[in-house]
Design a protein around this ligand. Structure first.
Ligand code: AMP
Ligand code: MG
Length: 335
């Protein structure tokens, strides 16, 4: 299949493709997404095929106006309204009991649906032209999510109808996912909207165990995506939990060929291995923005072992930790 490369002035072409059951990669403020008509089960199946995504991993439905939530779910509780008023359009996904219009391919057989109203102007305009869109991240299943148009081209060229170039993604990690379908609001995936921000609006929000821990064997995942290996480059990623000096000493004393570091700006002068800087230690939004690019660069450079400095598990740091620890297959060295 020939994949067209489109720009922001060609959204009518993209909308036409989607109306005819095709698949288009679009920029959003989180990561690039692979979009198809959410109400067309056959079109949605093409997303799963292009990504190699397991059929039991449901997709997020994207809307262009918060009010469109009502037709996709069976009821909108007050806490959902409070969250959508506070954070939409933006990088927050809300899970609620689904309405009958949602094809089973989208919800992967669950009785709930995940909905998000993104803020990126290209995504919003494309959704307005072809609402509603089902859209997971536009990477091959298992590899780091795409945050630049080149990442999408690398993974999806020849596999989908078109890619819209919208520049680099501002948040850099996928949306925060919260479920309001159970008794208590529960954070299933941390992202650019933090746990602290959610609690400031609706009170107590539980953090699902799978956010920071490996899923025990045989356990059922609240969010099916969490049970799959994720964000993993070919290199062996290992998290180092310690002070700045302990991190530097550890990496320098394990500096064999093919070893490299994902580090903070503060570490640069002292490291004696190749490295990729994620940002200042106290700027986790910058780490989030750069993490997936850094993981892809690790492979381009043929790095075999990558030591990464363990972030604090608060604020946007929780989202960075969640992605890093999965890239590391939960391998952490405690110093
Ligand atoms: P992606 O679109 O690739 O960023 O992944 C979407 C994430 O949301 C995956 O981890 C899914 O398993 C999760 N998700 C989507 N829909 C639901 C749902 N109805 N219930 C629980 N998790 C969901
Ligand atoms: Mg994904």
């Amino acid at each position: 299949m020939e994949t067209k490369l489109l720009n922001a002035s060609q959204l009518d072409v993209a909308a036409h493709i989607i109306k005819n059951g095709g698949v288009v990669a679009m920029p959003t403020e989180t990561v690039y997404g692979l979009a198809a008509n959410a109400l067309n089960g056959a079109a949605v199946e093409k997303i799963f095929a292009a990504k190699g995504r397991p059929a039991d991993n449901p997709l997020i439905v994207h809307i262009s106006e918060p009010s469109q939530l009502d037709s996709l779910v069976s009821e909108v509780p007050q806490k959902a309204r409070m969250l959508s008023d506070a954070f939409w359009p933006g990088p927050l996904t809300i899970i609620l009991p689904r309405s009958d219009v949602i094809p089973q391919q989208v919800s992967a057989g669950l009785d709930t649906v995940a909905v998000r109203c993104p803020s990126h102007p290209i995504a919003r305009e494309l959704i307005r032209l072809s609402y509603p869109l089902a859209a997971p991240s536009a990477n091959l299943s298992g590899s780091p999510s795409p945050t630049t148009v080149q990442h999408v081209i690398d993974d999806m060229n020849g596999r989908i109808d078109a890619i819209i170039d919208g520049g680099d993604c501002a948040v850099g990690v996928e949306s925060t996912v919260i479920t309001l379908a159970g008794d208590v609001p529960r954070l299933l995936r941390p992202g650019g909207i933090t746990h602290e921000q959610l609690e400031a609006v609706i009170g107590t929000v539980e953090v699902d165990k799978a956010v920071v821990n490996p899923l025990p064997e045989g356990a059922q995942a609240a969010s099916p995506g969490m049970k799959y290996k994720h964000y993993s480059p070919k290199a062996d990623v290992i998290l180092i939990n310690g002070t700045e000096q302990q991190f530097i000493d550890y990496v320098n004393s394990h500096s064999a060929d093919g070893t490299a570091a994902l580090c903070c700006s503060e570490d640069v002068g002292a490291l004696r291995v190749p490295y990729e800087v994620l940002g200042d230690i106290d700027d986790m939004s910058e780490h989030a923005r750069k993490l997936f690019s850094a993981l892809r660069k690790a492979d381009e450079r043929g790095w075999r072992t990558v030591y990464a400095r363990c972030p604090e598990k608060s604020g946007v740091g929780l989202a960075v930790y969640n992605r890093m620890v999965r890239a590391a297959g939960f391998e952490i060295i405690e110093l």
